[in-house]
Design a protein around this ligand. Sequence first.
Ligand code: FNR
Length: 185
Amino acid sequence: MSNQYKIGVIVGSLRTNSYNRQVAEALVKLFPDHFTFNFLDISELPLYNQDADKQLPSVVANFKSQIAECDGIIFVTPEYNRSIPGVLKNAIDHASRPAGNNSWNGKPAGILGISTGNISTAIAQQHLRICLASLNMPTMNQPECYLKWFEGMVDEQHNFAPKSQVFIQAWVDTYCQFIIRNVAN
Ligand code: FNR
């Protein structure tokens, strides 16, 4: 029997009809059964303030423990003004602290992003890679996944249109192998 792997999914958009959330929800359906997913909510985290490191708010402590339970993390994020959204950076900063208690440490990461623009989150993803390297997250390099939204890309049952599914399935298959290689036993 295969090992079970629990993956945390973080969506970098809080928008109700977020394309990135729709992609994330369709994405997890492409994994084999021994992968399970927890969508980690970043919307209730306060703005990070180092003063609070001495006494973490419960929402932050809870976020950190949810990350601790995950074998890996997938980030699905839009690009805002050629970088990652502030809400995502805020979440990353929260879980990186207090000093010496970096919840991201060693968690294998995958990155995808979708936008309405032609550069399809390429710059945001590169900025995110800089953060994850500093947090000691092994991050899958290839295949990269830069998506541009089109009407009908994800249906109401969270299924990709066939032409997107083939490409994204290849990403999923590689990420599964990446997790197996990088999860600490
Ligand atoms: C954007 N958008 C955008 N798109 C892009 O490709 N590069 C960019 O730098 C930006 N910058 C940007 C800034 C801000 C503040 C907003 C609100 C939007 C457009 C973005 O791709 C589009 O709004 C997506 O729909 C956002 O993703 P969600 O919310 O649908 O997941």
